[in-house]
Write a protein that binds this ligand. Structure first.
Ligand SMILES: Nc1ncnc2c1ncn2[C@@H]1O[C@H](COP(=O)(O)OP(=O)(O)OP(=O)(O)O)[C@@H](O)[C@H]1O
Length: 320
């Protein structure tokens, strides 16, 4: 990942709150231009604190952050107009219509030309699919519609970068789907999207890249495909002869065997040495059959980001 193409870059970024809480600990983050970058971590892992530092809302204790190539918070005035942000839910007036809320946001922007305001507002409403509901009061909007209106506000001006803090938090499945497909569309138009989430499957569904945080520290970052493939899939055998299957699999180096009803799962053996041949699953299947294990199904399960997280931390991804 070249330094030049990083839209967000931090070096040793650290935040210790006044009470002594170390919320972010020496974070080195690199968000490539054009990516949909998932910032993943359980509640309290330091995501919001990082985003607030990136947006110049709070000062880091030490380390540095660059956004769109400029130092933050020093260059906030130059940088922030180029960034659309949705942090902690949009501030909306419930008694105003969706359209009038956007007119208000646009009017608050000193660089926005009043003569083209209504066209900008209409385009933003169209972008997030709120044209039909534009005349309704915002208080009558669902949470998902409010979130989309917040995104529309962030999209009144063309943006190189969108920063979204838990954009689907609190939404029902339909609302989540809407926001996710909107994020995909924005990314397809070339906007870099940085979004935080505590939901692994959300990151897998919408992101090209991800960074995983735990207790203020970065565990890993990279493409979602590489992160998931760093965890090997589990081997799974469906058979009525589970006892014999376990014995044969163990003999062939399969570890961490678990039996649940008629399914045996385990970790395929790690080849010893870089030149060693990995175990051929066809041979393993043949060995099962030779031992008269009746095999109904045999294969490896695709490794997920969750497997990668468990492999990294030795624990489950606890969102609580
Ligand atoms: N203003 C503050 N003063 C003191 N401690 C804080 C403050 N804000 C956050 N913290 C603490 O810093 C740590 C990281 O919090 P942060 O909100 O950044 O995490 P998060 O990953 O965004 O979680 P969440 O999704 O719950 O917001 C937590 O232990 C939190 O209690």
């Amino acid at each position: 990942m070249s330094e030049l193409s990083a839209v967000i870059e931090t070096r040793g970024l650290t935040k210790r709150y006044r009470g002594g809480q170390l919320a972010v600990d020496r974070l080195d983050l690199a968000v490539p231009r054009g990516s949909v970058f998932g910032f993943l971590g359980p509640n309290g892992s330091g995501k919001t604190t990082t985003i607030r530092m990136l947006m110049g809302l709070i000062e880091p204790t030490s380390g540095s952050a660059r956004v769109l190539g400029e130092p933050m918070p020093r260059a906030a005035r130059r940088v922030l107009p180029r960034v659309g942000a949705l942090i902690e839910g949009p501030a909306l007036y419930g008694f105003l219509s969706g359209r009038d809320n956007l007119v208000r946001f646009d009017a608050a922007d000193p660089d926005a030309d009043p003569r083209t305001r209504s066209a900008r507002v209409a385009a933003a409403l169209e972008r997030v699919g709120l044209t039909a509901a534009a005349g309704k009061r915002a208080r009558a909007y669902s949470l998902g519609m409010k979130q989309r209106l917040g995104l529309a506000a962030a999209l009144l001006q063309p943006r190189e970068l969108l920063v979204l803090d838990e954009p689907t938090n609190g939404l029902d499945p339909q609302g989540m789907r809407e926001i996710r497909s909107l994020v995909r569309e924005l990314a397809a138009d070339g906007t870099t999207v940085f979004l935080s989430s505590h939901l692994l499957d959300e990151i897998e569904q919408v992101c090209s890249h991800a960074a995983v945080m735990a207790q203020g520290r970065l565990l890993v970052q990279g493409t979602v495909a590489a992160l998931a493939s760093s965890a090997r899939g589990r081997l799974a055998v469906t058979t009525p002869d589970t006892t014999d299957a376990v014995r044969v699999l163990k003999e062939h180096g399969v570890t961490d065997l678990v039996v649940a009803d008629d399914r045996v799962t385990g970790d395929p053996p790690v080849p010893d040495g870089p030149d060693a041949e990995p175990l051929d699953l066809a041979d393993l299947n043949a060995a099962l059959v030779a031992a008269q294990v009746r095999v109904r199904a045999f294969g490896t399960e695709r490794a997920s980001l969750e497997d990668a997280f468990v492999a990294l931390t030795g624990e489950g991804f606890d969102v609580g």
